[in-house]
Design a protein around this ligand. Structure first.
Ligand code: SF4
Ligand code: SF4
Ligand code: SF4
Length: 292
């Protein structure tokens, strides 16, 4: 019963972010004023239902070109959200994170991801979202080439490529080798997500990489009492990203889902927003009544 709460939050975000239903029927993309607003999670700009834009797609399109106010706006939005809640966007809002949570529920041989792979997302962020689009930017139109979207992003294939191809015959007829490559990547991510906890978020996602660096300084933070914690590992076993919170309460990978806190038999884990402790009677903490 209670365990559904985070899912409801994720489902609501998914529906709100993709409420342009006409787009799904006609195989078109919404281009109205709301598209100027950035959705905080990885929700593809080209999804037929998307009413907002994707921060990673926008970053590539105008990488490092400060003449364009929109690039400063994107940076401002990400810094603002990161400073407030760190990676809670990943745990509560992002549709592609939710997709992986669901896939991990399927009965499949489970494997662990080695911590070393988690560094790869920072390289992907630097190379495909910042450097390549910035190096090959067209200053006439102020647009960089979206390398991450074009060659890697499986969220784009799932949320935009597939529905557009289904609903729009003209788009379907232009699909080629690149789409085949992107489909292969998506299938790979789906299989890996059935086998391991959030592989895309932990290893690949540049947006998760950006939010992760705010975990240490965000208003929303976790604390573990050293005197109470018995290192039983109950918290880690319930963690959707295999994070060892008692070693690093505000580590880069924590997506602030709250599962560890709910499942700690010693009551050693607490969460705060600023100086305000989020206790089990507060509204905020009731959102933590989850158990993936
Ligand atoms: S890491 Fe990326 S895909 Fe995963 S939940 Fe966060 S923003 Fe979404
Ligand atoms: S569940 Fe609680 S007591 Fe057990 S290791 Fe985690 S924080 Fe420590
Ligand atoms: S279970 Fe705890 S450590 Fe793991 S992501 Fe959720 S809040 Fe972070």
């Amino acid at each position: 019963m209670v365990k559904i709460k985070r899912y409801w939050f994720q489902i609501t975000s998914l529906l709100l972010g993709n409420s342009y239903l006409k787009g799904f029927l006609e195989g078109t993309i919404y281009t109205g004023n709301l598209k100027k607003i950035c959705f905080p999670g990885l929700n593809c700009y080209s999804c037929p239902g998307a009413v907002g834009s994707c921060p990673i797609g926008s970053m590539q399109a105008i990488a490092l070109d400060i003449r364009f106010k929109f690039s400063l706006y994107i940076a401002g939005i990400l810094i603002f959200i990161g400073t407030l809640i760190g990676r809670a966007v990943c745990g509560w809002i992002c549709p592609f994170g939710f997709f992986q949570d669901i896939l991990y529920k399927t009965p499949f041989k489970k494997i662990k991801i080695h911590k070393l792979f988690e560094k790869l997302k920072y390289v992907i962020l630097l190379v495909t979202v910042i450097l390549l689009p910035a190096l090959y930017i067209s200053f006439d139109i102020g647009s960089g080439s979206p390398y991450f979207c074009k060659f890697i992003c499986p969220a784009g294939t799932l949320e935009a490529g597939i529905p557009l191809a289904i609903a729009n015959e003209r788009i379907r007829s232009t699909l080629g080798l690149l789409f085949t490559w992107k489909m292969a990547l998506l299938i790979g991510v789906i299989i890996l997500s059935m086998a391991s906890k959030r592989p895309f978020c932990r290893v690949v996602c540049p947006l998760g990489a950006i939010y992760s660096v705010f975990n240490k300084i965000s208003f929303y933070r976790m604390e573990v009492s050293k005197s109470k914690c018995t290192r039983c590992g109950s918290c880690k076993s319930k963690c959707p990203v295999d994070h060892t919170i008692y070693e690093n309460p505000n580590g880069l990978e924590c997506i602030r889902c709250g599962n560890c806190k709910k499942n700690c038999p010693a009551g050693a884990i607490k969460s705060y927003f600023g100086n305000h402790e989020l206790n089990s009677n507060s509204k905020c903490d009731k959102l933590h009544d989850v158990n993936i």
